[in-house]
Write a protein that binds this ligand. Structure first.
Ligand SMILES: Cc1cc2nc3c(=O)[nH]c(=O)nc-3n(C[C@H](O)[C@H](O)[C@H](O)COP(=O)(O)OP(=O)(O)OC[C@H]3O[C@@H](n4cnc5c(N)ncnc54)[C@H](O)[C@@H]3O)c2cc1C
Ligand SMILES: *[C@@H]1O[C@H](CO)[C@@H](O)[C@H](O)[C@H]1NC(C)=O
Ligand SMILES: *[C@@H]1O[C@H](CO)[C@@H](O)[C@H](O)[C@H]1NC(C)=O
Ligand SMILES: *[C@@H]1O[C@H](CO)[C@@H](O)[C@H](O)[C@H]1NC(C)=O
Ligand SMILES: *[C@@H]1O[C@H](CO)[C@@H](O)[C@H](O)[C@H]1NC(C)=O
Ligand SMILES: *[C@@H]1O[C@H](CO)[C@@H](O)[C@H](O)[C@H]1NC(C)=O
Ligand SMILES: *[C@@H]1O[C@H](CO)[C@@H](O)[C@H](O)[C@H]1NC(C)=O
Length: 494
């Protein structure tokens, strides 16, 4: 998708320094129990520790699986490791960038060959659009091909491309407000308030298609390129909300990156650095509010007493029992079936003569005839030995896979409860699930589901906890550490 050259301009937000206020040296600081060890849960722990050295006591993170990271996970096929879930980060995903730096992880940018990979749009019968592919390793030739592809794309979609670009830019720039300092950025008690403040709320009330038609995009661009992108990034059509759509389109920009060795290392590192008691393989079954405390019962038959509880996982498919009960709007999750294949694609399936004619990224339009959303080459090992990733809305059975692939030496299938099934207007669950100290990070996922949006929501929840905690317990607000350079120094004395 890098062929699109959606270069997003760099706008630096000046981060105001936070005012240090009186420290609340409360001796019996509450225990915080976090359900879920993904980027959301690990970020809550990180920001609680960064923003306060005394207001929070023990932090426990419960994870039902035996690994940290949730939807950030890796898969190993034929000895090679790839991202199995969340794979790409945007150059302006500043929390993720900071985590990477702070944890001494390395940024992985796709190699040039990958970023100039060929791309085609398949409608079940033909490729309605196909870029040229460079078979030469000479940089100059690759640049020519890449330029020719920009021209090809321009011929098909015209000035609408610029309108799409500016729609994405505006949205990304509004999102940057969430990195502002504490003086100018309030603590948000609801998702609605948080989105209204940055100017993003209206985009959740209408579909992407409505927004883009209003922005003057051609029907062809919306039905082809935009549809291809929303199908790849959210497994859904252009009837998702304008905001989820804009985020999805931003995910096809230039300069995308990932963490070398796996994005999940962000969660691993944040938990490691935040003085957390990590409970792996321990699923929380019930949360009961008794005598001003939450009692969490787990599958290990244990009970934990927590002053504060943070739900950092979507509740939609879970059976956690809440006493008293909670009420959140019904939300369906979109399942994305991710199939990894080591082998070779079958050009005959696409009515093509040779493997090299099949684009390295095959996108698809909305039609019932196509059983998958996208197929991409992850790595070319040899001419006749490749690794592929296939996304689909329904599981692909072996008979179907045998039509699409002529060789399959290894196949790994993952069924992800991937992200919300978006629809406009979105209705948001509350950040505060009771009127006490039960918080829900993933209420924000109806806006858009990405690693960065989880981190942004988590940062707000950490501030919300600290501000409400001190509001309830004493009149002196907690010292909120600066968001700037020294924010991370706190860890040194933990
Ligand atoms: C296939 C796929 C591709 C994606 N691509 C991208 C991408 O390219 N870029 C991007 O930014 N985002 C992408 N996303 C979205 C991204 O993965 C999520 O938005 C983000 O990782 C969510 O993080 P989280 O911490 O909120 O939730 P999760 O990562 O889901 O973490 C929740 C954790 O809670 C645990 N848990 C649940 N219930 C319990 C319980 N009762 N007790 C204890 N533990 C429990 C779960 O096991 C899980 O580990 C993708 C997602 C999928 C599925
Ligand atoms: C990262 O590297 C620096 C410098 O080598 C070191 O001081 C710091 O402790 C490291 N951080 C982590 C999380 O390993
Ligand atoms: C959002 O929509 C409302 C109602 O149509 C309008 O009054 C408001 O100006 C819009 N806000 C933004 C930021 O566009
Ligand atoms: C935790 O961080 C320390 C450095 O601060 C490092 O030595 C250790 O290996 C890390 N542990 C894990 C599990 O990453
Ligand atoms: C949780 O465990 C405690 C102690 O075993 C028990 O008394 C309580 O009834 C359990 N709560 C629920 C909701 O099952
Ligand atoms: C894949 O399987 C085919 C047929 O079984 C075999 O010839 C080939 O060597 C295998 N390739 C790899 C990379 O294992
Ligand atoms: C990232 O870190 C830099 C330097 O430490 C800081 O100035 C910036 O505010 C941080 N950004 C975020 C989003 O935390």
């Amino acid at each position: 998708m890098k062929n699109l050259h959606l270069v997003l301009s760099l706008i630096l937000i000046s981060t105001a320094t936070a005012t240090a206020v009186a420290v609340d040296s409360e001796s019996s600081s509450p225990t915080v129990c976090i359900i879920g060890s993904g980027i959301g849960g690990s970020s809550v722990a990180h920001f609680l520790r960064s923003y306060s050295s005394s207001a929070i006591g023990t932090i426990r993170i419960f994870e039902r699986h035996d690994v940290v990271g949730g939807r950030m996970a890796t898969v190993t096929i034929a000895g090679e490791t790839f991202e199995a879930g969340a794979s790409i980060l945007h150059p302006k995903n500043y929390h993720a960038l900071n985590y990477t730096k702070y944890l001494n992880l390395s940024v992985r940018q796709p190699p040039p060959s990958e970023s100039d990979s060929s791309f085609g749009i398949w409608n079940g019968r033909d490729f309605v659009f196909k870029t040229l592919s460079s078979t030469s390793n000479l940089p100059i030739f690759q640049r020519v091909v890449s330029f020719a592809n920009s021209v090809l794309i321009f011929f098909r979609y015209g000035f609408s491309l610029f309108r799409m670009n500016s729609f994405v830019d505006t949205t990304v720039n509004n999102f940057l407000k969430y990195y502002e300092g504490f003086e100018s950025r309030p603590v948000f008690e609801t998702v609605d308030e948080m989105l209204k403040w940055s100017g993003l709320y209206n985009l959740t009330t209408r579909t992407l298609q409505e927004e883009l038609l209003d922005a003057g995009l051609s029907a062809r661009l919306i039905q082809e390129l935009v549809t291809v992108i929303t199908r790849i990034n959210y497994g859904q059509s252009i009837s998702i909300s304008g905001l989820a759509g804009a985020v999805s389109l931003a995910g096809s920009a230039q300069g995308l990156w990932s963490v070398e060795g796996g994005n999940r290392q962000m969660a691993v590192g944040l938990i490691n650095q935040s003085d957390v008691k990590l409970h792996l393989n321990e699923e929380v079954e019930s949360v009961s509010f008794i005598e001003q405390k939450y009692q969490l019962n787990t599958t290990k038959g244990k009970s934990y007493s927590c002053g504060i509880t943070v739900v950092a996982t979507p509740l939609d498919e879970l059976k956690i029992q809440f006493l008293p009960g909670i009420s959140i709007p019904e939300r369906k999750l979109q399942h994305t079936y991710t199939t990894f294949i080591r082998g070779l694609i079958n050009p005959a399936y696409f009515a093509l003569g040779s493997v090299s004619e099949v684009p390295q990224l095959v996108g698809t339009v909305e039609t019932p005839d196509v059983p998958f959303s996208s197929i991409s080459v992850l790595k070319q090992h040899k001419d006749n030995d490749m690794s592929y990733k296939v996304f689909s809305r329904r599981p692909l059975d072996d008979a179907m896979l045998d039509q699409i692939f002529s060789v399959r030496n290894e196949t790994v299938k993952i069924d992800w409860a991937a992200y919300p099934h978006y629809h406009a207007p979105e209705v948001f669950a509350p950040f505060i699930l009771d009127s006490q100290h039960l918080y829900y990070v993933n209420a924000f996922e109806n806006a858009a589901s990405t690693m960065e949006t989880s981190a942004v929501a988590a940062e707000n929840i950490a501030r919300l906890i600290l501000s409400r905690l001190t509001g309830q317990k004493s009149l002196t607000p907690v010292k909120l550490k600066s968001f700037g350079d020294d924010a991370y120094d706190v860890h040194a004395d933990l």
